[in-house]
Write a protein that binds this ligand. Structure first.
Ligand SMILES: [Mn+2]
Length: 336
């Protein structure tokens, strides 16, 4: 890597949670100045307060990058090399200040502004789900309203505050609905379930006009139909939505490495389909959050899935430019 790396500790040792290797070995471009890119990957290694067990999501960007090295640009399902159509760079991690959420979020927003200045779509690796709020805020500032947001999540994340803190992983959807450019009737949550939701969240979601697709609806109608409706709700006029994947929407059998695992969740195939459908027309930002490598399997099951979801979103972006939208679908014809 030719560029001088930022975020160095004394002695030239990189942080434990940062920066190398780049996602899918794309070029590492920390400065972003004068850069032209279609997609920029950024890590946001920030944990707020733990709400069940030590989150350790700060190591997620590093681990997801590591497992992304299993993938090449060519994806058989699409019969396409995404990098033939989309130039992606990895700008490393935001230089977060552990314990200082407002400052860390402000640094994220500045990095997003630089990504937008490069004319690129941001792809973010969290971090806990709190980091989606500053990400959406930065994007909203750039693209304007009305902005729609699609979230895959077990939890509605609608707390006003947690122990007085308004910026934790329990509040991102509430904060996002307060962003002036966001229309809460264009917010959809897919895969909500279970006894770790708070009772006050249910009526609040209704009051805000959020369309929640509970897991039973996903099971009854299928992810394909549900994700298509979520996209229609978030983007009735074709305006690109923001997409956030909380990995705890996926069943612990497929994604054990997360702060608040919940049985009865999505399969890997369902979340891949969900991402492909909601991202099919493009998007103004994409993130995967709540991966906790310290609770993952030794095979990196959860980080690997997170990397795959980013790769699939990248394929969606590439497909809109390559004339290959929905090329992953089985059409009944044998591929030759
Ligand atoms: Mn969440």
């Amino acid at each position: 890597m030719a560029e001088k790396r930022e975020n160095l500790q004394p002695g030239g040792v990189p942080k434990m949670y940062g920066d190398v290797p780049p996602f899918m070995a794309v070029p590492y471009a920390p400065a972003l100045t004068g850069l032209k890119a279609d997609a920029v990957l950024v890590g946001m290694p920030y944990d707020g307060i733990a709400t069940y067990r030590g989150g350790a999501t700060r190591r997620a960007p590093q681990e997801i990058r590591k497992f992304s090295l299993l993938f090449g640009g060519y994806n058989y399902d699409w019969d396409m090399n995404a990098f033939d159509h989309v130039r992606m760079v990895d700008c490393g991690d935001v230089d977060v200040v552990p314990g200082d959420t407002p400052e860390s979020y402000a640094r994220l927003e500045r990095r997003f502004a630089a990504i937008h200045a490069a004319g690129a779509v941001p792809f973010m690796l969290g971090g806990d789900h709190g980091v989606t709020y500053p990400a959406v805020r930065a994007v909203a500032e750039k693209v304007g309203g009305p902005l729609g947001v699609i979230v895959f999540d077990t939890h509605l994340d609608l707390s006003e505050a947690l122990n007085g803190d308004r910026l934790t992983r329990a509040s991102p959807v509430k904060r996002i609905c307060e962003i002036p450019q966001v229309d809460s009737r264009r917010v959809a949550i897919i895969g909500a379930k279970g006894p770790r939701n708070l009772p006050e969240w249910t009526p609040l979601a209704r009051e805000l006009g959020i369309r929640v697709f509970p897991i039973a609806e996903v099971e009854a109608r299928g992810m394909d139909a549900v994700a298509a409706e979520a996209l229609a709700i978030a983007s009735p006029d074709g305006r690109a939505p923001y997409i956030s994947v909380d990995i705890d929407s996926v069943d612990p059998a497929y994604a054990p490495g997360t702060n608040s695992p919940e049985p009865g969740g999505l399969t890997s195939r369902e979340i891949i389909t969900g991402v492909r459908v909601v991202a099919r027309n493009g998007f103004c930002g994409f993130d995967v959050v709540e991966v906790s490598p310290d609770f993952d399997t030794r095979s990196g099951t959860t980080s690997l899935l997170a990397a795959r979801l980013v790769e699939e979103a990248l394929c969606c972006l590439a497909a809109t430019r390559a004339g290959k939208q929905d090329a992953w679908r089985f059409t009944g014809a044998h591929r030759r």
